[in-house]
Every structure is written in C-alpha cells, then in structure tokens.
Design a protein around this ligand. Structure first.
Ligand code: SF4
Ligand code: SF4
Length: 483
C-alpha cells in the first residue's frame, strides 16, 4: 500500500510492499493522492481535467506526471502488488523456538518506579536466583527446540543479572561448549542496569557476548526520578560512569564484539526525550541508543496518555533532525527504532514475523518455568511448561531421546494461543503501511494496556507508524546529501 505523509517540508510517498520511497512536489503529491483514492488507478480524463482546473496547471504537465506514475506502476515500483504470506510461507516447518530470554535472577538492586518486573521478583514476593543446573537445562531446551536452526539467541536477563555473576560466567562457558558440540552458533546478549558493571565484568562481556543492553534514562534528574536504588538512592552517577567506561572499551579494538545499546525509557514526565538521547550521546559518548515509551497500567502519573501522542510524534521529529545532524559528524548516533533498511535488510517474511513471542521466542525463569516472553512471566494462564521436563525427554547431555520432541513438555493450548495470533492472521495489521517493519506490535504491550491479546494498543501503533515515518524521512535526507 502507498502511504503519503509530510514531514519537515518534505512530501513523501512510501510503498510498503516494495519499500520504494519518493519525494514529491506539491502537484505530484496531490495527484498521487488521487491515484491512492482510486486504489492505484489513473484517474479518468474528466477527473484529471477537473484537477488541472483546481490546481491551475497545464493539462500536459499533469499527463506527463501520470505517465511517469503509470510507468512506475507497471514496473511494480508503485502500488506494488501485495506480498501474500500465509502461515505456511512464513513457517514452512512450523514455528521453531530459537531465541530465549533467560532470567538469571529475580532480584534487583534498584527500585524503578515503572518496573514491569515488580522490581525484580515479578510480583511473586519471592526474590530468587537461577541455579547453574536449571540454566543448563534451559540451554539444552533451546538447543533441542531449535531443530535445524544454526543461529540461536539467548538474552541473560533479570531482575538484574549481574547480581548472579558466577552463574552468568558458568552459563556463558556452557553455551560455548554446547555450541561447539551441537554445531550451533549461540549468540549471547546481556541486559543490565549497569550498577555493578565494573571493569572485570565489562571485559568478560566484551570477550564473550555479542550484544549488551545498558539501561539509563538520560539526564540526571530524569533518571533519578524514575530509577532510584534501594532506599531511594540516586543511581545516575555510578551508572553513567560504568556505562561510559563500558562503551569506551566496547568500541575499542580490545573488544571481540562491538554491538551494544544504551537503552532508556521515557514517561510523560520527560516527553522532551530527544534531550535525553542527546545527553546520552554527548555525556556517555554512546553511539547506539534506544529510548522506549513506558508501558504501564493506565492511571499512573507517568503513563503515556492519548493526549501525549501528538507531543511525542513531534519529539520523534526533533530526534530525527538531531540524528541527521550527527550523521554529518565523525560521531553519528544510531537510534534503534529509526534503524531500518529499505533497500536490503531482512527479507519481508522475516520482518512480518515480529518478535516471535511464544512461537519462536520464550522466557525461562529461575524456577525453570517457560513463558511466551519476559513480560508474561508470572501470568499463570500463559505458563507453557518447565525446563525440568527435559529430564524425561533427553539423555544426560541434554540431547533428545529418539522419538521425543520439546513439544512433549509444552502446553499445547498456550502454544496455539500464540500461533493463532501470528501477524498474517491479524486483520488490523493487514492494511497497515508499517506491517513489514512492525511485525504486528508487542503482544504483551497489547495485553497489559488493553487486557486482551487481540485489542489494538492504539498508542503503540501510532508511535510505531511515526517512528517509521521518521526513518523514511532520514533515508530521504541522506539520499539528498549523497547526491
Ligand atoms: S533495573 Fe530493571 S528489574 Fe531492576 S527495578 Fe529497574 S526496571 Fe526493574
Ligand atoms: S503499527 Fe499496529 S496495525 Fe500496524 S502492523 Fe504494527 S501492530 Fe499492526
């Protein structure tokens, strides 16, 4: 479908099916809007005549523009045919679990006000640590579930995973050994609040982990307001120092891996969050930044409300302008949600799948419970199984016994619940221009914001679409600069 929008003085057309982007003048933009209203067909001669009178334009000029549109349409570069992808195209062998969020502990040394994880214990009042034994079973489960898939992803998550550091190092070693034995490439990420991120841990992460997500919300007052330590202590300063040192090391040649994200959360208390992104770039020297809208129950003082959407959309525009400005320097800043590849990038089928919640991606708690993703942890109706079940279906090395499958230890009802909600089946997404870049949105955000897996989380959709527009705008200004 063709999406037309204006941003910062540019009139832009984006065809979501073929990822074509066109910057248009007023006349072409208005004319393309007429095509769009007619489902991609050339308006009739009478309609074009009327249009030429309305716009006081020479009919010959209009014919010329129409001819060039028609050429693009027949080349399938404009109003390109819809990419048909059904369940069997996307999942020829059925959805296969290949990514895991492994909860290294359910405890935390911070008390963030918006914490979705109940400040570490996920609302259970039971602060617990993952044992190496349960962690190994979780890794075995992932390897066994992944079938022929070569690349597997594990995110060491919490609470705060650095609080259980010996298990982090032991499981890293285990993943490397199992990877060699099974021929799998197990890529590790760690997500940390960085409060205990000292030099030794940083060096270990840089040697063994493909990616690292470091949480800080931006300016000191913004961060300290929402992310206090135990007893309400200010945490900005130690965290800033740790992340700054980490980033320096991560970007140096001493590090085996260079990927990282400095990740913030914005709330309605800092709708001017582009200032926080700037702060992180300028104070921590961070080049890879993400800033997520808070997701919380409606009614809290910091929850994003409908009336904030316009302000946030304008703020994304300001952020896009800032990124464009840094692109021209030797320290360009990359913003996670604006990083889209309209030329190559992952194939459309892959992009349509989204995060794979409950179908290709699961979370495992310190008790070994398996959930569709970290945000569903503790919601008993979504409990899928427990990795201790591996004892019944695998040998002592965690290798599946003949004729056994990991599905044997997973609740088929919960699995089915998520299979049925995979993106191609979602009606509201079928006509959305963001569908190849959004992948159907976050099921947990929908569930917690609306109480249903099916209701649309409208604020989330609006912000997703705005972020895509900003990415398209950035691609246009970059192209202008490259010409
Ligand atoms: S650091 Fe993470 S787990 Fe800990 S309280 Fe904050 S948001 Fe929750
Ligand atoms: S923005 Fe909303 S409607 Fe569009 S693809 Fe994403 S979830 Fe679906």
């Amino acid at each position: 479908m063709v999406h037309l929008f204006e941003m910062k003085g540019k009139k832009i057309a984006f065809d979501s099916e073929c990822s074509s982007i066109y910057v248009l003048d007023d006349l072409s933009y208005n004319l393309l809007e007429r095509y769009r209203r007619k489902g991609g067909e050339r308006p009739s001669e009478t309609e074009l005549l009327l249009f030429s009178r309305e716009t006081e334009t020479d009919p010959g000029e209009i014919t010329e523009i129409c001819d060039s549109f028609d050429g693009l349409i027949s080349a399938q570069s404009l109003f390109a045919p819809r990419i048909e992808a059904d369940y069997s195209t996307l999942y020829p062998d059925g959805p296969i679990i290949k990514a895991m969020c492994l909860h290294i502990c359910h405890d935390c040394n911070m008390r963030c006000l918006y914490c979705f994880a109940g400040t570490g214990d996920y609302g259970t009042h039971n602060r617990s640590m993952l044992s190496a034994e349960t962690g190994r079973k979780a890794v075995d489960f992932l390897v066994a579930a992944s079938g022929e898939r070569h690349h597997l992803d594990i995110d060491f998550f919490g609470g705060e995973p650095l609080m259980n550091w010996p298990v982090v190092t032991e499981l890293t070693d285990y993943c490397e050994r199992i990877g060699r034995r099974s021929g799998k490439d197990i890529r590790i990420t760690i997500t940390t609040n960085s409060l205990q991120l000292d030099r030794e841990k940083s060096e270990f992460i840089n040697k063994h982990m493909k990616n690292c997500v470091l949480s800080i919300d931006g300016r000191p007052d913004v961060h300290n307001r929402m992310r206090p330590g135990i007893g309400g202590t200010a945490t900005y300063e130690p965290i800033r120092n740790h992340i700054r040192d980490f980033v320096k090391l991560r970007e140096s040649e001493k590090s085996a891996y260079h990927e990282y994200y400095v990740r913030g959360t914005f709330t309605r208390h800092n709708l001017d969050f582009s200032e926080d992104v700037k702060h992180l770039a300028e104070t921590l020297d961070a080049r890879h930044i993400s800033m997520e809208p808070v997701v919380s129950e409606p009614g809290t003082s910091y929850a994003i409300r409908d009336e904030d959407v316009y302000t946030i959309e304008k703020e994304y525009e300001r952020l896009a302008e800032y990124l464009d400005m840094t692109r021209k320097t030797d320290k360009p800043v990359h913003f996670f949600h604006f990083k889209m590849d309209f030329e190559g990038g992952p194939c459309v089928y892959k992009r349509l799948k989204g995060c794979g919640v409950g179908s290709e991606y699961v979370a495992v708690t310190p008790e070994g419970d398996i959930y569709p993703c970290h945000q569903f942890v503790g919601e008993k109706e979504f409990l899928m199984g427990n990795v201790s079940g591996m004892e019944k279906i695998s040998d002592k090395n965690g290798v599946l016994l003949p004729g056994r499958r990991v599905e044997d230890i997973l609740d088929p009802t919960v699995r089915q619940m998520f299979f049925e909600r995979l993106m191609p089946n979602r009606e509201s997404c079928a006509t959305c221009f963001a569908r190849y870049h959004c992948g159907g949105g976050c099921a947990a955000n929908r569930y917690f914001a609306t109480g249903s897996l099916d209701e649309e989380y409208e604020i989330g959709c609006k912000l997703t679409k705005k972020r895509l527009e900003c990415s398209i705008w950035l691609a246009c200004v970059k192209q202008d600069a490259d010409m």
